[in-house]
Design a protein around this ligand. Structure first.
Ligand SMILES: Nc1ncnc2c1ncn2[C@@H]1O[C@H](COP(=O)(O)OP(=O)(O)OP(=O)(O)O)[C@@H](O)[C@H]1O
Length: 267
């Protein structure tokens, strides 16, 4: 579990994070949702330790991360897996080498153990036959899978995904979301996904945090998001025509159900 409390961050005279609190539980799909420029990536960077918050605290399973000793922060960092937006694979390394890289850097596994772990992780993401391919030979969806295998290879406890399905077609996007969810539940990982994708949120968001201009305006399970009364969140959701149509259909169905209940004398 990751807990953040009262996180503030200002760049120059621009306030980017304005007192954010939150709890991200393990085994759940925790999602940071919001429009461009609203502070999602900066918040994620604060949580990972790439950006230092001006104020506030971050704890990982009860261990303070912010302002703690370097060796404790490094110990926590070793348990973090990152899936970057563009997958960020090393172009000069094949798939096996990409997944092995964090094992060489972060663990004391010997070569045989590393090979076994790489094999296992590639199998887990459905790429057991792709080990000798170079990144240039992979589709966008395959690159994301390699990115996931690389992130989980050192037995990560925490997984951060920055827009994991950006640039993917809708079907591939769903399979990547599904894979992240399965892995999160299977290994009880604390996962945080940054996204603007309402499809992902509605389908997989166990705990959704909506950020607007550096503040958290809404938090909850995705099942409640369509009924929100927070104007900024409503505007964000229904800026998408498909979402507006879905809402209309939902209202029509509700009205039909109510009419039927009245006819049956149940109201
Ligand atoms: N290192 C930095 N120095 C100055 N300003 C920064 C820095 N990093 C981020 N910002 C600013 O902070 C604001 C929030 O950026 P952030 O990348 O967190 O947005 P975001 O919500 O992740 O957007 P997107 O969905 O487009 O990635 C932006 O106005 C950005 O320009």
């Amino acid at each position: 579990m990751i807990e953040i409390h009262n996180i503030h961050k200002t760049f120059g005279d621009k306030k980017v994070l304005d007192g954010i609190d939150g709890v991200f539980e393990s085994g759940k799909m925790n999602m940071l949702l919001g429009a461009s420029g609203t502070g999602k990536s900066v918040l994620l960077k604060c949580i990972v330790g790439l950006v230092k918050p001006d104020l506030g605290s971050i704890t990982y399973d009860g261990r303070i991360f912010t302002n703690n000793k370097l060796d404790i922060r490094q110990e926590i960092r070793r348990k973090i897996g990152m899936l970057f937006q563009g997958s960020a694979l090393f172009d000069s390394m094949n798939v096996n080498e990409n997944v092995e890289f964090p094992l060489t850097m972060l663990t004391d596994m010997n070569r045989t153990e590393r090979k076994k772990r790489v094999e296992f992780c590639l199998q887990r993401v459905g790429l057991e036959n792709a080990g000798n391919l170079m990144p240039s030979e992979l589709s966008g969806g395959m690159k994301k899978r390699v990115g996931i295998a690389r992130a989980i290879a050192p037995h990560c406890t925490y997984l951060f995904c920055d827009e994991p399905n950006s640039g993917l077609d809708p079907l591939t996007a769903i399979t990547i979301d599904e894979l992240i969810k399965e892995i999160t539940e299977e290994y009880d990982i604390t996962t945080i996904v940054v996204t603007h994708d309402m499809n992902s949120v509605l389908e997989y968001g166990d705990n959704v945090m909506f950020l607007y201009k550096g503040k958290k305006l809404w938090e909850g399970h995705s099942s409640g998001i369509m009924d929100t009364r927070v104007k900024e969140l409503n505007d964000f959701i229904f800026s998408n025509r498909l979402m507006r149509d879905a809402k209309k259909i939902e209202q029509i169905e509700e009205n039909e159900q109510r009419d039927e209940d009245i006819r049956n004398g149940e109201v």
